[in-house]
Design a protein around this ligand. Structure first.
Ligand code: NAD
Length: 277
């Protein structure tokens, strides 16, 4: 396992799911942490987002693993709040070495009837939030001539799908943002790479709203009922992957040994990458 002793890692959307998995892996590998999550539901997201208790639990687990933690409830779309958190982290730790722009929401509606508020929420959380993360951490990284930034796109950042105009646009946008930021920061010892996950077993996919959309023929579909539908989105016969699979790639990109990998997109999607560009 990589050693992140003495490093400071910033993870957005860290209250649960993939973000919690990344945060705890960095803590176990010796890093101190800067964590945030919005910890509030959105009127246009049809499943519950994380809670303040979830974020507190991530902090508790990270501290139990030996990390010092700075954490805040904030929306990554709020640039001023992101700048304040980064300034606080610099005061407490002196720097941020690693940033994982993980926070995001999933929304679904056809283009002809997507409410404007749903489009705005999706672009704010999934694209502007990633820009804000990179923009907030990069000046300090430039000062120290070192940084590792990982963004989280999706297999829907490489293809289209029905009902996915906003989510797909945001995740394609993350790839364009990642590649351009990688070039802006290439002279400064900073790498920027994207991961494009397939279906990952978190509350973003395990919720009544999505289950109902995937199996409209059933009154109360269960995980077993939706598993074949999820599996059809992958090439390998698996409905979903565990967050730890994404975490391993995040740690790989942040390792010293990945110093000369930048501007790339790594699909972790059970073979669906073979079907798209
Ligand atoms: P999740 O819903 O469990 O976690 C997302 C976290 O981000 C939640 O804790 C939520 O409260 C937080 N969040 C959302 N919007 C925020 C904002 N504007 N500011 C701060 N925090 C915010 O889902 P997850 O699967 O862990 O998602 C992590 C990332 O992976 C997301 O970017 C998602 O789009 C991406 N992704 C997920 C899947 C999947 O199948 N689960 C697939 C591809 C990509």
């Amino acid at each position: 396992m990589s050693n992140f002793e003495g490093k400071v890692a910033f993870v957005t959307g860290a209250a649960r799911g993939q973000g919690r998995s990344h945060a705890l892996a960095f803590a176990e590998a010796g890093a101190d942490l800067v964590l945030c999550d919005r910890c509030e539901d959105s009127p246009v997201v049809r499943y519950p987002l994380a809670t303040e208790d979830d974020l507190a639990e991530t902090v508790r687990l990270a501290e139990a693993a030996g990390a010092k933690v700075v954490s805040e409830k904030l929306d990554t779309a709020d640039r001023a709040a992101m700048d304040r958190l980064v300034a606080r982290a610099h005061d407490e730790f002196g720097r941020i070495d690693i940033a994982v722009a993980n926070a995001g929401v999933s929304t679904a509606a056809p283009v002809q009837s997507m409410p404007q508020a749903m489009w705005d929420e999706t672009i704010s959380s999934n694209l502007t939030g990633v820009f804000n993360t990179i923009a907030a951490v990069s000046p300090g990284m430039i000062d120290r001539g070192y940084g590792r930034i990982v963004t989280i796109s999706s297999m829907l950042g490489r293809a289209g799908n029905t009902n996915m105009v906003a989510y797909g646009a945001s995740k394609w946008g993350v790839i364009g943002l990642t590649k351009s930021a990688a070039l802006d920061l290439a002279q400064n010892g900073i790498t920027v790479n994207a991961i494009a996950p397939g279906n990952i077993s978190t509350p973003m996919i395990h919720n009544d709203a999505l289950y109902g959309m995937l199996r409209p023929d059933l009154e109360n579909p269960t995980a077993d009922d939706v598993a074949p539908v999820f599996a059809s989105l992958h090439a390998q016969p698996v409905p979903w992957l565990e967050p730890a699979e994404i975490t391993r790639a995040v740690l790989f990109f942040c390792d010293e040994a990945a110093a000369h990998i930048s501007g790339t997109v790594l699909p972790i999607d059970a073979g669906n990458a073979a079907r798209v560009t």
